[in-house]
Write a protein that binds this ligand. Structure first.
Ligand code: FES
Ligand code: FES
Length: 156
């Protein structure tokens, strides 16, 4: 089966198809940004974007992404430039331990792709399932607003 991973077509052996998308990315492609947290779709640490939608890769079977476009955090930067959301995370020094942050960023990217100027309620709805044991929620929200403003004024 094949799918598109970070802009490149990948053809994977059938025996990998019954693994989770998270294992596929980490074990077979060496993309370890997405993390294993709960393994049950609850914490958001494993979030990647599938066909534009923030997706819990730990509960997504690899076979279900046949023909889909998958983006992991490793595929966000382009031409050596960070994605505006990554830059906002750096500007506001969001991470603490960092474990949840790839998932947080991917959920934020999916949100801003769908709603370029999200309301507080939009941010609540999009980020609700991404947990952070270090409690960086305030900085995450600020960084989402920052990225939205930066993109609106064309600063990134
Ligand atoms: S590891 Fe996938 S949602 Fe927690
Ligand atoms: S930064 Fe530590 S879990 Fe979120």
């Amino acid at each position: 089966m094949d799918f598109v991973l970070n802009g490149e077509i990948q053809d994977i052996p059938d025996e990998w198809a019954e693994e989770s998308l998270l294992n596929l990315l980490r074990d077979h492609f060496g993309l370890v940004g997405a993390k294993y947290g709960c393994g049950a779709g609850i914490c958001g640490a494993c979030t990647v974007i599938v066909d534009g939608v923030a997706t819990r890769s730990c509960i997504t079977l690899a076979e279900s992404i046949e023909g889909a476009e998958v983006r992991s955090i490793e595929g966000l930067a382009t031409g050596g430039a960070l994605h505006p959301v990554q830059q906002a995370w750096l500007d506001l020094a969001v991470p603490q331990c960092g474990y949840c942050q790839a998932g947080q960023i991917m959920s934020a990217v999916a949100l801003l792709n769908e709603i370029p100027s999200p309301s507080e309620a939009d941010i609540d709805a999009a980020m609700d399932g991404n947990l952070c044991r270090c409690g960086t929620y305030g900085r995450i929200r600020a960084a989402i607003r920052h990225a939205a403003i930066q993109r609106a004024v064309g600063a990134t």
